[in-house]
Write a protein that binds this ligand. Structure first.
Ligand SMILES: [Zn+2]
Ligand SMILES: [Zn+2]
Ligand SMILES: [Zn+2]
Length: 249
């Protein structure tokens, strides 16, 4: 499978509108430092696409039929693109945890077919086997273990640490090929809903051969500083995501 990082930012994206912090200013100089809200696609061995979260309009990046759409949770930065996507011409399954940010998507889904998932639920999408796992956030939130042909990827955002059950489940599957982890905040910053960079890297380090830090806020270190920090501590075991990154698993 191939993991395609369409959006790797937090809710505000980088640059945040009119913000003059060093992350936002850097992103106006270097296009690679710009981030859209969280949106990720997995391209299967058969070249089919499965979408995880829709924080942005995907049409310019993924104009193909979707095998399914999975939501991690109903915060706006993960569902924004659904308002456009629900008008697409093909009926498409939308798997999501309990809750809603705006009942419109559930009451008037157009061509989306919403279905609620709980931690432990497993289903198939083309050649992928996808298991929902619990995360620690302020609303019901699911991570996903994505398996294909003996290889596995864990998608772990939005979260602060991991619930014990999720640790136990993932440790049995370790080493994963790849862990994609919420790294919203800079080193040393403590927040009850999101990891900082150190917390995120340590989660991935224990579970996976490679870790990609994602869901990065403008409050985090500017791109170049962040890459340098991560490289010094974890070498090439931990990488910083950027919009447009592709990772072959
Ligand atoms: Zn988020
Ligand atoms: Zn900023
Ligand atoms: Zn959230």
């Amino acid at each position: 499978m191939l993991v395609y990082f369409i959006g790797t930012g937090g809710s505000e994206g980088i640059p945040a509108h009119l913000c003059t912090c060093s992350s936002c200013n850097e992103a106006r100089k270097f296009g690679f430092a710009q981030r859209r809200p969280s949106t990720l696609a997995v391209i299967t061995e058969n070249r089919k696409a499965v979408l995880f979260d829709v924080g942005t309009d995907i049409r310019d990046f993924l104009n193909v039929p979707l095998e399914a759409i999975f939501l991690t949770h109903w915060h706006h930065d993960h569902i924004y693109g659904l308002y456009k996507l629900r008008w697409m011409a093909l009926e498409t399954e939308l798997y999501a945890p309990e809750g809603h940010a705006d009942a419109l998507i559930l009451n008037e889904p157009k061509n989306l077919r919403p279905k609620i998932l709980k931690p432990g639920d497993t289903l198939k999408a083309d050649t992928l086997r996808i298991t929902a796992i619990g995360l620690n956030h302020d609303v019901e939130t699911l991570g996903y273990l994505i398996e294909e042909d003996g290889k596995s990827v864990a998608l772990l955002y939005d979260t602060k640490g991991l619930p014990e059950k999720t640790w136990d489940f993932l440790k049995k599957k370790a080493p994963l090929r790849l862990a994609i982890v919420d790294a919203t905040y800079p080193p040393g910053f403590d927040n009850p809903k999101h990891n900082n960079v150190d917390e995120a890297a340590e989660i991935g380090f224990q579970l996976a051969e490679r870790t990609v830090l994602s869901h990065i806020s403008h409050k985090n270190l500017p791109f170049l500083e962040l890459v340098e920090y991560v490289r010094k501590r974890w070498g090439n075991k931990v990488l910083v995501a950027y919009d447009g990154m592709v990772f072959y698993v």
